[in-house]
Design a protein around this ligand. Structure first.
Ligand SMILES: Nc1nc2c(c(=O)[nH]1)N[C@H]1C(S)=C(S)[C@@H](COP(=O)(O)OP(=O)(O)OC[C@H]3O[C@@H](n4cnc5c(=O)[nH]c(N)nc54)[C@H](O)[C@@H]3O)O[C@H]1N2
Ligand SMILES: Nc1nc2c(c(=O)[nH]1)N[C@H]1C(S)=C(S)[C@@H](COP(=O)(O)OP(=O)(O)OC[C@H]3O[C@@H](n4cnc5c(=O)[nH]c(N)nc54)[C@H](O)[C@@H]3O)O[C@H]1N2
Ligand code: SF4
Ligand SMILES: [Mo]
Length: 764
C-alpha cells in the first residue's frame, strides 16, 4: 500500500528492535479520510505513528499529517490551560494569564451577562470552524449549546466550503445532510471537478487512500477524468485532464445535460419512477449548447460532447465536485447539475454511480412524507442575505459586527475556527473581532483569531480525546464504524465537557457539572427512540435503557445511545450481534458494514417522496447563468484560485515544524505566458490586487497553472502580534483572503466566491 508522501517520522529506524510499551489504534481526525493509525507508545510518549495495516477501511494508508498527532500533542505552544485576557501591552498586543477552569467559566458567565444586559440576546453570535466536523464531543453536544444560545447569528466555515452541497441536497432530496458520494471502488468512469484528492485526500467523499482508489479505477480498465484549471497531482494521475476557466463549471454541466438530451442519451433507469420535472429541465438547459459553452468554459465543444457521450456510454459513472465547484458564484447550481447528470444517466443511487451512505448513527424511522425544504427563514441584518441551514453567510460577519444598529453583534463565541485567515476580507474580519465587547473561543491555540478573545478554553489534543467520525461516516464510500478511545489521559476537558458547561452558562442553569448535560442528551435520544414508531427500541423502558449505556466520557455515552438505536445497533439486546461502543472498543481496526446500497426513494425526505427537478431556484439560476456567461465572455481579467498542499491543513497546522519546513509554499503560481506578459520572473515578487485588498507575494512560474489564472494557497498570514504560534510565525506567508471579496457570493447558499476572483498582478 502506498504511503502518500511518507514522512520521516513514519519510517523505520534502528530503535525498531526495542518493542514499544504499548500499541494503540485510532482514527486520524485531521481530514475527511479517516485513516487508521497505529501508535507506538514508549515511556509515556509517542514513539512512532504509522498507518494501521489492519484498519478495515484505510488498510495502512496514511499521509504526512497523520503522524503529526505526536507533534500536536507535544507542541509547547498548544494551550494546556484556559487563558484570560488581562489587557494590552504598550505595543497593543494582548496579555493573557493562565487560569483554572472554574475561573475561566466564571469570566465567560460574567461577560455574557454584561452583553445580554446591555444589548440583548441577539447581540451574541457564533462562528464554527472546520475541526468541529471532525470532533466527537462537538458532534454529540453542539445541538444543546446552539439551542441555548438561540442566536440567529450563526456563522461557520460551511459558507466558505460545502454549503452549496447542503442546499442542493435540501431541494433534491428534502434533506440538506443527504449527500451522494462517488462509488469510486466500483465505478467505470470517475469524473472529478474542482477537487485535488492527491493533496486534500478528498472531501464529501470519505475514502482513505483516495489516490490508490483513483489509480485502481484506471487499473481495472475504467477511466478517470479531472476537470480543473490547474494540472494538479490528481490531474497528472488521471487518464484525461480538461482545463476549465474558473467559475464556469455550471456552464459545462448544463452543456452536458443539453447534449445528453439533444442526442437522446437520457436513460434514468430506476429513479425515473420518482423524478419529476424533466421537461422543465430540458427547456432550461436549451441555451447551453456545447458550442456556446466552449466560449465560456474554454473547453473545446467536441471535448464537451465527448465527455457527455462517455458518461452516457459508461456502464457506470460517478461525477463528483468539490471546492472548485462550490466556492464559486454558481456553486449551488453547479452542485445540483452534478446530481442532475447522475440522474439523467441512471447513475444516481446505483452501484458505481453516486450513492448515499447509511451510517451507524442514522435514526431508524418509518418511511414517511417529508416537509418542503426552506431557506431564508431570516436574513442577515446589514446585507439582507438569506439564512440557509440555520446559518448566515460568513462573508456578512464583519458587517454584522462593525455596522452599528439594532441587533449589532457585540459578543462572539468561536469554536475551532480561524476566520481571520480562512474567511473573506481577512483584515476587516480581524478589525471586526478586535472591536467586540466580548469574545470566547474554544480552541487549542492562541492564533490570529483567538488573540481577540477574552477567554480561550482549550480542549485536549486529538490523542487526549476519544473519537468517532459521526459526520464523515455519513459521507463515506463504504459503511464503516470505528471508535477510538483516548490515548493519553489529561486533565484538560474535551469538547463534550466544555460545550456542556458553556451550554449551562448560556442557559442560565446555575450548575457546573457537565454530567447533567451528558445525561440530558442521552435521555433525549433514548426518549425519542422509545417513543418513535419503527425505532428498534420502540416501546421499551427509557430508564432501563439509560442504565445500560456505557462510556468513559459524555461524548462516548451519547454515541453509545446513538449507535445502539441506529440501523446496525444492538437495540439494547434486541439485536445481540449489533453494534455498541463496547463492541467497537473490542474491534480497534473498525467494523466494515459493507459497500453502499441503493436507498431511494425510501431515504427521500421530500414532501411526496419524489425528486422534483423544478423545485428550488435552479431553473431561475440557469437563466441567471446564461446572462452572466455573456459578461464573463467579455471579461479577460486574470482570475485568482486557491490551492492546498499535502503538508498543510487550512490555517492551523503550520505550527508543526516537520510539516512546514522546506521550500516556502505560500507562492503565487503564474503560467509562463502570463509571467512574460506581466513581466514577472520565477522567484521574483508580485503585487496582487483585488477589489478589496492587496498583497505582495513570491512568484512561482509554472505551467501547472492555466493561462489567465493565478493561484495562491489560503491559511497563511501568521505572525500577528499577540498570537502564540512560534513555528507558524517563522513561516508566516500572506493571507490570501485579504483578496476575497465579501460581497461576492453564491446567492443561493451564501457561500463566498473563493475561486475565480478577478485580480490585477504586477511586478513588485
Ligand atoms: N481562499 C480560501 N479560503 C478558504 C478555503 C479555500 O479553499 N480558499 N477553504 C475554506 C475551507 S474548505 C474551510 S473548511 C475553512 C476553514 O476555516 P476555519 O475552520 O475557520 O479555519 P481553520 O484553519 O480550519 O482553523 C481551525 C481552528 O480550529 C482550531 N483547532 C484545531 N483542532 C482543534 C480541536 O480539536 N478543538 C478545537 N476546539 N479547536 C481546534 C485551530 O487552532 C484553529 O484555530 O477555510 C476556508 N477558507
Ligand atoms: N492537505 C490538505 N488537505 C485538506 C485540506 C488542506 O487544507 N490541506 N483542507 C481540507 C478541507 S477543509 C477541505 S474542504 C478539503 C477540500 O478538498 P478539495 O476540494 O479536493 O480541495 P482543493 O485541493 O482545494 O481542490 C480544489 C481544486 O479546485 C480547483 N479549482 C479552482 N477553481 C475551479 C473551478 O472554477 N472549477 C474547477 N473545476 N476547478 C477549480 C483548484 O485548482 C483545486 O485543484 O480538503 C481537506 N483536506
Ligand atoms: S489523509 Fe487525512 S485522515 Fe489520513 S492520515 Fe492524512 S490527515 Fe489523517
Ligand atoms: Mo473545508
Amino acid at each position: 500500500m502506498r504511503r502518500n508522501g511518507t514522512s520521516p517520522a513514519t519510517m523505520g529506524s534502528m530503535s525498531d528492535a526495542v518493542p514499544p510499551d504499548r500499541i494503540v489504534f485510532r482514527t486520524c481526525p485531521l481530514c475527511e479520510a479517516t485513516c487508521g493509525l497505529q501508535i507506538e507508545i514508549e515511556d509515556g510518549a509517542v514513539k512512532r505513528i504509522r498507518g494501521d495495516q489492519d484498519d478495515v477501511f484505510s488498510k495502512g494508508f496514511i499521509c504526512p499529517k497523520g503522524s503529526t498527532l505526536k507533534q500536536l500533542y507535544e507542541d509547547p505552544d498548544r494551550l494546556r490551560k484556559p487563558v484570560v485576557r488581562r489587557g494590552f501591552n504598550a505595543a497593543g498586543a494582548p496579555i493573557f494569564d493562565e487560569v483554572e477552569w472554574d475561573e475561566a467559566f466564571a469570566v465567560v458567565a460574567e461577560k455574557l451577562a454584561a452583553v445580554r444586559e446591555a444589548h440583548g440576546n441577539e447581540a451574541v453570535g457564533v462562528y464554527l470552524g472546520n475541526p468541529n466536523a471532525h470532533n466527537l464531543g462537538w458532534n454529540t453536544h453542539s445541538r444543546i449549546f446552539l439551542k441555548s444560545i438561540g442566536s440567529r447569528s450563526m456563522f461557520s466555515a460551511s459558507t466558505v466550503d460545502q454549503m452549496p452541497r447542503h442546499v442542493a441536497s435540501g431541494y433534491l432530496y428534502g434533506n440538506g445532510l443527504r449527500m451522494p458520494v462517488p462509488d469510486m471502488d466500483r465505478t467505470d468512469l470517475l469524473v472529478l471537478l474542482g477537487t485535488n484528492p492527491f493533496v486534500s485526500n478528498g472531501s464529501i467523499c470519505t475514502a482513505p487512500g483516495y489516490p490508490d482508489r483513483i489509480e485502481a479505477v484506471s487499473a481495472r480498465g475504467g477511466r478517470v477524468i479531472v476537470i480543473d484549471p490547474a494540472r494538479t497531482r490528481t490531474a497528472e494521475a488521471a487518464d484525461q485532464h480538461i482545463r476549465i476557466r474558473p467559475g464556469t463549471d455550471a456552464v459545462l454541466l448544463a452543456a452536458l445535460a443539453h447534449h445528453l438530451i439533444a442526442t437522446d442519451q437520457v436513460s434514468m433507469g430506476r429513479v425515473a419512477a420518482f423524478v419529476d420535472g424533466f421537461d422543465q429541465l430540458h427547456a432550461a438547459v436549451e441555451p447551453f449548447s456545447p458550442d456556446a459553452a466552449a466560449t465560456i468554459t474554454g473547453i473545446d465543444a467536441n471535448t464537451i460532447r465527448a465527455l457527455a457521450d462517455e458518461i452516457a456510454a459508461a456502464a457506470t459513472a460517478a461525477v463528483h465536485g468539490r471546492i472548485g465547484t462550490t466556492t464559486v458564484e454558481f456553486g449551488t447550481l453547479t452542485t445540483w447539475l452534478i446530481d442532475v447528470i447522475a440522474i439523467l444517466t441512471g447513475n444516481l443511487d446505483e452501484p458505481g454511480g453516486s450513492m448515499f451512505p447509511h451510517s451507524a448513527v442514522e435514526r431508524v424511522r418509518p418511511n414517511r412524507k417529508g416537509r418542503p425544504y426552506r431557506v431564508g427563514r431570516w436574513s442577515s441584518r446589514v446585507n439582507g442575505n438569506p439564512e440557509v441551514q440555520g446559518e448566515l453567510p460568513v462573508g456578512d460577519l464583519p458587517d454584522e459586527i462593525l455596522e452599528p444598529g439594532d441587533g449589532q453583534l457585540k459578543m462572539m463565541f468561536t469554536v475551532a475556527g480561524n476566520p481571520v485567515l480562512s474567511c473573506p476580507d481577512g483584515d476587516r474580519m480581524d478589525e471586526a473581532f478586535a472591536s467586540l465587547e466580548a469574545m470566547v473561543s474554544v480552541d487549542i491555540y492562541l492564533n490570529e483569531t483567538t488573540r481577540h478573545a477574552d477567554v480561550i478554553l482549550p480542549p485536549g489534543s486529538p490523542l487526549e480525546k476519544d473519537h468517532f467520525d459521526i459526520g464523515f461516516y455519513n459521507l463515506s464510500i463504504r459503511n464503516v464504524a470505528n471508535f477510538s478511545p483516548v490515548v493519553f489521559e489529561t486533565d484538560q476537558p474535551g469538547e463534550d465537557d466544555i460545550i456542556a458547561r458553556l451550554s449551562m452558562i448560556v442557559a442560565g442553569m446555575g450548575e457546573s457539572d457537565p454530567n447533567v448535560v451528558h445525561d440530558q442528551l442521552v435521555r433525549q435520544i433514548l426518549g425519542n427512540d422509545v417513543r418513535a414508531e419503527g425505532s428498534p427500541v420502540e416501546g421499551r423502558n427509557e430508564d432501563q435503557l439509560a442504565a445500560m449505556i456505557t462510556g468513559e466520557s459524555g461524548a462516548e455515552r451519547v454515541l453509545d445511545a446513538l449507535i445502539r438505536t441506529g440501523p446496525y445497533g444492538d437495540g439494547f439486546g434486541a439485536n445481540p450481534d449489533g453494534l455498541s461502543v463496547e463492541k467497537l472498543r473490542t474491534n480497534p481496526h473498525g467494523i466494515d458494514l459493507g459497500p453502499l446500497g441503493p436507498r431511494l426513494p425510501a431515504a427521500l425526505d421530500t414532501e411526496e417522496k419524489r425528486i422534483d427537478l423544478w423545485a428550488g431556484p435552479f431553473l431561475d439560476e440557469l437563466a441567471r447563468l446564461e446572462a452572466r456567461a455573456v459578461e464573463w465572455a467579455a471579461d479577460d481579467r486574470l482570475r485568482l484560485i486557491g490551492r492546498r498542499h499535502l503538508r498543510s491543513n487550512n490555517s492551523w497546522m503550520h505550527n508543526v515544524n516537520v510539516l512546514v519546513k522546506g521550500k516556502p509554499r505560500c507562492t503565487l503560481q503564474v503560467n509562463p505566458a502570463d509571467a512574460t506578459g506581466l513581466g514577472l520572473i520565477d522567484g521574483g515578487r508580485a503585487a496582487i490586487r483585488s477589489r478589496v485588498g492587496e498583497l505582495t507575494v513570491d512568484v512561482e512560474v509554472t505551467d501547472v497553472m492555466m493561462p489567465g489564472v493565478v493561484s495562491l494557497p489560503h491559511g497563511w498570514g501568521h505572525g500577528r502580534s499577540g498570537a502564540r504560534m512560534t513555528v507558524a510565525a517563522a513561516n508566516a506567508g500572506v493571507n490570501s483572503n485579504v483578496l476575497t471579496d465579501p460581497v461576492a457570493l453564491d446567492p443561493v447558499s451564501g457561500t463566498s466566491v473563493l475561486n475565480g476572483i478577478p485580480v490585477e498582478v504586477a511586478p513588485a
